[in-house]
Design a protein around this ligand. Structure first.
Ligand SMILES: Nc1ncnc2c1ncn2[C@@H]1O[C@H](COP(=O)(O)OP(=O)(O)O)[C@@H](O)[C@H]1O
Ligand SMILES: [Mg+2]
Length: 494
């Protein structure tokens, strides 16, 4: 996961609780508003019913006024009927279905009032004033008004219960639920915050501090400190870049140390070699002269041995001088085959004496390579002589060349020299190319150091692999001479 995504995920987790609080607030607001709206409706209905009650009271007052001797009241009565109808209809229209029976009750009483009014008016008009008053009292005051009061009680009870009390209960429930949800959100915020902090710490802070520690260690000079980039994000990329940089530093540091070592060894070796060569030449000349003058075969043989040992010493000194006096590199275009054949030309006798079977495989065609031919032949000579030294009792030496790409992807030629000697123990493999590293009493330990130097100055690579007990392989890769088109048979990686 990229760093950007990790940060985004961490912060989103932190924002989630705030979002939930917002959602909860909006939801609660909706619920409270609904409750208030239904409360408002109930209150408006109660006000309408108050108008109904008022109109019905006025109606009975009109009857009493007529009985009291106000003839205009008789014309007013139909008007009161219209007013009552108007408010009753409005009130009934606003009632929920379960309260419609209340409207029916009120309507029944109103119908009764109207029929009582007709009968009372009739009696009064017929001159039976006392009877009309009695009827009005019996019907209106004693029967219908108590019935209406009963219905009113029911209506107001319901209004109380279903408006204010219901709203109160609903709001209390909403507040309760909200409190629970808010506690839940607080808990969630705690968990989400912890998870997000953990994610950010794990994904960002930890790799960064690991990298910082590694940088401090490398900065203090420990170039071998291993850097393991674990994350696959931008910090991982940074760690990988740092690891590559450290590796390059390590290599150039090693090269620097090596060349400083070589330079000082070279200076010393050159001085010693020069000092030895002249006395050795005199020694050799003297031994050869004495050989001619002495007759005793045993003494001649010993003098011959002296000459032979002096030659050997001279060869070693020549080795030392080659190594210590770097001459300028003169590259030419050359074919790998010519180089191999040139290097092998001096070995035909030795190969036969040692019973070493030589096989060659040249890929054809192969592009030319850019090398200093003298030096590369010398490098090959060192490697072949090592192989022969490793197989005193005979064996097989196989030399193969083929087209191959280098580490950096450049095209070139690979040369592989494989022997069937005892091989090389893994623990000394890294030291083979160090100057003066040798396991042979006769050795100078300079052969592979020289070979590696010559290969690398031509822009190539030298690597040695071995299966102990079965032999060793020296693999050399050299870059193709520029302008060569890679004619391409089997291509592989060097
Ligand atoms: N083909 C090989 N098989 C086994 N050991 C080898 C081979 N080539 C090199 N070596 C080892 O590498 C060492 C260094 O080789 P080199 O630098 O040529 O020095 P020298 O030949 O003088 O010992 C040898 O002493 C030997 O132990
Ligand atoms: Mg050698």
């Amino acid at each position: 996961m990229t760093l950007q995504r990790k940060l985004l995920l961490g912060f989103s987790l932190m924002v989630v609780p705030a979002l939930l609080v917002g959602v909860q607030a909006v939801r609660t607001n909706g619920l409270v508003r609904g409750t208030l709206e239904s409360l408002g409706e109930r209150l408006a209905r109660s006000r309408t019913y108050a108008e109904v009650e008022d109109a019905m009271f006025n109606q009975t007052q009109v009857i009493w006024r007529y009985l009291g001797g106000d003839p205009a009241a008789r014309q007013e009565f139909p008007l009161t009927e219209q007013v009552v109808d108007y408010w009753l209809d409005r009130w009934a229209a606003s009632l929920p279905p379960d309260e419609l029976h209340l409207a029916a009750g009120v309507r029944g009483i109103e119908t009764d009032i109207r029929s009582v009014a007709v009968r009372v008016f009739k009696l009064h008009d017929a001159g039976q004033h006392a009877a009309a008053a009695v009827l009005a009292r019996q019907e209106l005051v004693e029967r219908l008004q108590p019935a209406l009061a009963e219905v009113n009680r029911e209506i107001y009870r319901r209004a109380r219960e279903f408006s204010v009390q219901a709203a109160f209960t609903q709001v209390a429930a909403i507040v309760d639920a909200e409190r629970r949800v808010l506690w839940g959100i607080i808990g969630l915020a705690l968990v989400a915050g912890l998870v997000a902090s953990w994610l950010i710490a794990r994904g960002v802070a930890r790799p960064l501090s690991e990298l910082q520690r590694a940088m401090a260690v490398v900065g203090a000079g420990d170039l071998d400190h291993e850097i393991q980039p674990r994350s696959r994000d931008e910090i991982g990329d940074l760690a990988r870049a740092f690891a590559r940089m450290t590796e390059q530093l390590r290599q150039s540091h090693a090269q620097l140390v090596q060349s400083e070592k070589l330079a000082s060894i070279g200076q010393m070796a050159a001085a010693v070699a020069h000092g030895l060569r002249n006395p050795l030449a005199s020694l050799r000349a003297a031994a050869q002269l004495a050989q001619h003058r002495v007759d005793a075969p045993a003494a001649r043989e010993q003098l011959g041995a002296i000459v032979e040992q002096v030659d050997r010493l001279d060869l070693r000194i020549a080795h030392l001088l080659t190594f210590s006096r770097p001459t300028p590199f003169r590259p030419l275009r050359e074919s790998a085959r010519t180089l191999v054949e040139g290097a092998l030309s001096g070995f035909s006798d030795l190969l036969r004496q040692r019973h070493v079977e030589l096989t060659l495989t040249f890929a054809d065609p192969l592009p030319e390579i850019r090398v200093d031919p003298m030096r590369l032949e010398q490098a090959l000579t060192e490697i072949v002589s090592n192989a022969l030294d490793a197989m005193p009792e005979g064996g097989k030496l196989h030399i193969a060349t083929r087209l191959a790409d280098g580490d950096g992807g450049g095209e070139g030629v690979a040369l592989e020299l494989t022997d069937t000697g005892p091989g090389i123990p893994a623990e000394i493999l890294p030291n083979l190319c160090e100057p003066f590293f040798t396991t042979r009493p006769e050795g100078t330990g300079l052969g592979l150091a020289i070979a590696k130097r010559y290969v690398e100055e031509a822009g190539g690579r030298l690597a040695i692999t071995s299966t102990p007990g079965r032999g060793a392989t020296v693999r050399i890769w050299l870059p193709m001479a520029s302008g060569e088109a890679a004619a391409a048979p089997a291509r592989s990686h060097a």
